[in-house]
Design a protein around this ligand. Structure first.
Ligand SMILES: CC(C)(COP(=O)(O)OP(=O)(O)OC[C@H]1O[C@@H](n2cnc3c(N)ncnc32)[C@H](O)[C@@H]1OP(=O)(O)O)[C@@H](O)C(=O)NCCC(=O)NCCS
Length: 160
């Protein structure tokens, strides 16, 4: 379906809620070997501690990307982030993460954590460009589709 819209669209970033659960599940399935289901997203997006942003395509309101964090006191953990595969490498991820971090800062969050597969060079490049730095690693933390056991890097960003 997305091949009909392969040209990267103009997007705007905005808060998303449980009404976007099905789209998040579809996008997650196209981005990760072990996808989360629609019910998982419904639960997450309805939870008060979740802070979620979406990059929404202007003309048809399709979800081009999303990012979800869980907040506790002044800390947040980015749980997942994904951009529609056909529309990657066009700045959507950067815009999405930038506005998400600004929103977290406005909520009083002072530290943000996340885990990323050490082989995920795209995501690592994105996080590094926002100043995330590695603070720990978890060996054999992920199981990839080809049964590879991958190391997770734990990254931290201290908000200015
Ligand atoms: C990671 C992801 C969200 C990036 O989204 P995107 O819209 O393609 O990213 P952008 O176009 O905004 O690129 C921002 C930066 O990310 C890095 N990056 C993105 N794709 C890259 C790639 N294929 N190779 C290397 N670096 C890459 C670069 O640093 C880039 O900056 P640059 O364009 O100045 O070089 C996207 O690749 C994705 O959804 N991946 C699958 C899901 C995933 O891995 N999520 C993160 C889990 S921790």
């Amino acid at each position: 379906m997305f091949s009909l819209f392969a040209k990267t669209p103009a997007t705007s970033t905005r808060h998303i809620g449980a009404e976007r659960s099905a789209e998040c599940a579809t996008l997650h399935a196209s981005s990760f070997a072990y996808p989360w289901g629609e019910a998982d997203f419904e639960q997450l997006l309805a939870a008060p501690e979740t802070y979620a942003g979406g990059a929404v395509e202007a003309s048809e309101s399709k979800l081009a990307g999303f990012v979800l964090s869980r907040c506790a006191l002044d800390e947040a953990e980015i749980l997942t982030l994904a951009v529609e595969p056909a529309w990657r490498r066009n700045g959507i991820g950067r815009n999405l993460l930038g506005s998400h971090l600004a929103g977290l800062a406005a909520k009083g969050i002072s530290r943000v954590f996340l885990e990323v597969d050490e082989e995920n060079h795209a995501a690592r490049g994105l996080y590094a460009s926002f100043g995330f730095r590695q603070v720990a690693e978890r060996k054999a933390y992920y199981r990839s589709a080809d049964a590879r056991q991958a190391t997770a890097l734990v990254m931290r960003l201290d908000m200015a």
